[in-house]
Design a protein around this ligand. Structure first.
Ligand code: AMP
Length: 680
């Protein structure tokens, strides 16, 4: 794609039907062609008869206490103020914990491994489905004994330890709404969420582990609650950081130790799974905050669980004895859907790793993948880049042949990273670049399993998903023309609202349905190629305006990554007295490459050659790491602020996997003769 001019504001009615996203007839032959044809037919049907399609899937994939009366009550095209929404499977009742645990045990899979926990110190702890049932029952009884009932909010401020999924499923068992708050957040960020969501209970730990010990979690909770709150109970997991001599102090009447509470008399008694309305909230989760103030996105029991199970099964195709590893933190939606709910809903084995991916070095992750027999991996391009940065020698010493499927999310996957995955993991291992959002609950765009994907080949919509790309005036973009990615039909994993106050519905509509009435607006830019495949060009907020031309930062990043010396990069706009906005590139080089001014200039020229002279970057900063959350999401707003020369007000940086890298970024962004100035 080349940069497009700002689309004209020419009129024309907004389309109401999905652009033809249906793929063209397959070129492949034999079994592959047959399976591709089957996918195409299924896709057509899922779009043409969505109620029948999802009804069949819901009946096949989940166990229901009460059948639903209506498949979907969500009409995007209900008028300009759209949509009327209640969600999926209204009238139906089910329980997510029952579907993720009890029914597998009842079906004879009690001895199958559900959760494998890899602790930061190298220890491994395994839970069968029967173990998970016992553990969640005990903790559900603890919550019940503290007065928790269906609808109450429970904040889970925990590191990546088994107590986190156990607490999630215990809440789900009772119908309490869990809200996982990433354990890297400060007391201030935690307090804001506790207040906004009116939590009754907080579950925390003495300490966490994020690439190194993160002591004082309990202290953050105490500070967050100091000014008074709705919280009546704090449950604390006894897990100290190395070197911490003393246990955290408990507040009498409010706090209890997890281990004492679950061991108390009566806690092993059966605890029935509450049959919940399919449209009832299962959890609240903030969007990653990459765009500023967090929103409490709400996902409902029935639609979310179905979509998690279905997309997990389609993308990762779990088989007997397989082990799935999602390297994302459960504090983000990827961990919710593809570490916890998706795998457990289908009875798979899921690996939970306590440390941060790639830390202290990529060996840890590679060793884990091999030693635990991981067969499917869900990660981010950033993690793959950390692998590639370690060099060819490292790669030769760390083959991971047991991995049969790799998928990534969060950023576009470069063709170099794709090639690397193909050579490093199992023979013929599909490498799938998936796209979705916190709001969508699960994967919306992915190469189909009937096609293994080629580097940068783009993705198909998952079944029942109707994406389209529009110009700013609402008319469909042409083939290869970049535009706004929208969704024309509801899908079960869709959020059901934003948790806040009486303005919930209004805020929901304004955020997602006002820009293109009758359609869900994703906020991302994309184009469709000649084969009907979708290519994501990043968020609209990430565009850089250069002399009136709109340039996607992803496009510049892709050009930089095509130089083998570059491991990772992020591109943002920066003030430029001549052009209005200039192009500022943050570049992480391979370990064995020396940064130099000559290389800076060479990379800048390379971008100009790939995209066009107007796109030659103004600044190239070599840095050791980029500001990413632990789930690998880039926080560009921090880079933008630094590039603007305003590092004093970076906002909350506690969501970063390593907040200390900010100092390096600020230092490296010190005034330099810009590439453009040097050439002038
Ligand atoms: P979040 O909801 O915070 O997890 O972030 C979702 C956003 O991440 C999307 O709206 C995209 O901007 C970005 N994103 C996710 N997956 C991809 C991908 N495969 N390629 C490019 N951007 C992606």
């Amino acid at each position: 794609m080349t940069a497009s001019k700002q689309p004209s504001a020419a009129g024309g009615p907004a389309p109401r039907a999905a652009q033809s996203a249906a793929p063209r007839p397959p070129a492949a032959v034999g079994a592959a062609a047959a399976s591709r044809l089957a996918d195409e037919e299924l896709y057509e049907r899922s779009i043409g008869e969505p109620e029948d399609y999802w009804s069949e899937r819901a009946a096949a994939a989940l166990s229901w206490d009460t059948p639903w009366e209506r498949v979907v009550d969500c009409d995007f095209a209900a008028g300009s103020a759209s949509p009327s929404y209640a969600g999926w499977f209204a009238g139906g009742k089910l329980n997510a914990a029952y579907n993720c645990i009890d029914r597998h045990v009842a079906g004879g899979l009690g001895e199958r491994r559900s959760l494998v926990f890899a602790a930061a110190d190298g220890g491994i702890e395994e839970f069968t489905y029967a173990d998970l049932l016992a553990a969640t029952t005990r903790f559900a009884n603890v919550l019940k004994s503290r007065g928790v009932v269906a609808g109450d909010r429970v904040i889970l401020y925990l590191p990546m330890i088994p107590e986190l999924p156990i607490a999630m499923l215990a809440c789900a068992r009772l119908g309490a709404v869990h809200a996982v708050v990433f354990a890297g957040f400060s007391s201030q960020a935690l307090g804001a969420r506790i207040d906004a969501w009116g939590a009754r209970v907080v579950v925390t730990s003495e300490a966490g582990w994020r690439g190194g010990p993160a002591p004082g979690l309990k202290g953050e909770v105490d500070r967050a609650l100091a000014a008074g709150s709705s919280v009546e109970t704090v449950v604390v997991v006894a897990r100290r950081a190395d070197g911490d001599e003393d246990h955290a102090r408990l507040v009498a009447g409010r706090d209890l130790w997890w281990h004492e509470a679950v061991a108390a008399a009566g806690m092993a008694a059966p605890c029935a799974c509450e049959p919940l309305a399919a449209t009832a909230p299962l959890f609240i989760l903030s969007t990653s905050g990459s765009a500023g103030a967090p929103k409490g996105v709400v996902h409902a029991v029935g639609g979310y669980l179905l979509y998690a199970a279905e997309t997990f099964r389609h993308v990762f195709a779990p088989g007997e004895g397989d082990v799935h590893f999602c390297a994302a933190d459960i504090g983000w939606i990827t961990g919710h859907t593809y570490l916890v709910y998706g795998p457990l809903a289908v009875g798979a084995t899921t690996l939970l790793y306590e440390g941060a991916p790639g830390r202290p070095q990529p060996d840890r992750l590679a060793d884990l993948i091999v030693s635990q027999g991981v067969t499917s991996l869900y990660t981010t391009p950033a993690v793959v880049h950390a692998f590639t940065a370690a060099g060819r020698g490292w790669a030769a010493a760390h083959p991971m042949p047991g991995v049969k499927i790799v998928a990534t999310v969060g950023d576009p996957l470069s063709s170099e990273a794709w090639d690397w995955c193909r050579s490093q993991f199992g023979a013929g291992c599909p490498v799938l670049d998936t796209w979705w959002q916190t709001e969508t609950g699960g994967i919306l765009l992915t190469p189909w399993r009937s096609e293994t994907g080629e580097p940068l080949a783009g993705s198909r919509p998952y079944f029942g998903v109707a994406p389209l790309v529009l110009r700013n005036d609402g008319r469909p973009a042409d083939v290869l023309e970049r535009g706004n990615l929208c969704l024309a039909q509801p899908w079960p994993g869709m959020m059901t609202g934003i948790w806040c106050d009486a303005d919930n519905v209004a805020r929901f509509r304004a955020s997602y349905f006002a820009r293109f009435p009758g359609l869900y607006y994703t906020g991302d830019q994309a184009y469709i190629d000649e084969d009907g495949r979708f290519h994501i060009e990043g968020s609209s907020d990430d565009d850089v305006w250069v002399l009136g031309e709109r340039l996607s930062s992803v496009e510049v990043e892709r050009a930089l990554l095509s130089d083998a010396k570059v491991v990772e990069t992020a591109v943002v706009g920066c003030p430029d007295p001549v052009k209005g906005e200039g192009i500022c590139c943050y570049v992480v080089l391979r370990d064995d490459v020396e940064p130099s001014d000559a290389l800076r200039e060479k990379l800048a020229q390379h971008v100009g050659e790939v995209i066009g002279p107007f796109a030659v970057p103004d600044r190239v900063h070599f840095v050791a790491a980029l500001p990413r959350t632990r789930s690998g999401k880039m926080i560009r707003r921090i880079l933008r602020k630094i590039a603007e020369g305003d590092p004093t007000d970076l906002g909350d940086t506690t969501m970063l996997a390593d907040p200390s890298i900010v100092t390096d970024l600020v230092h490296e962004t010190r005034p330099q003769t810009t590439q453009a100035e040097a050439r002038r």
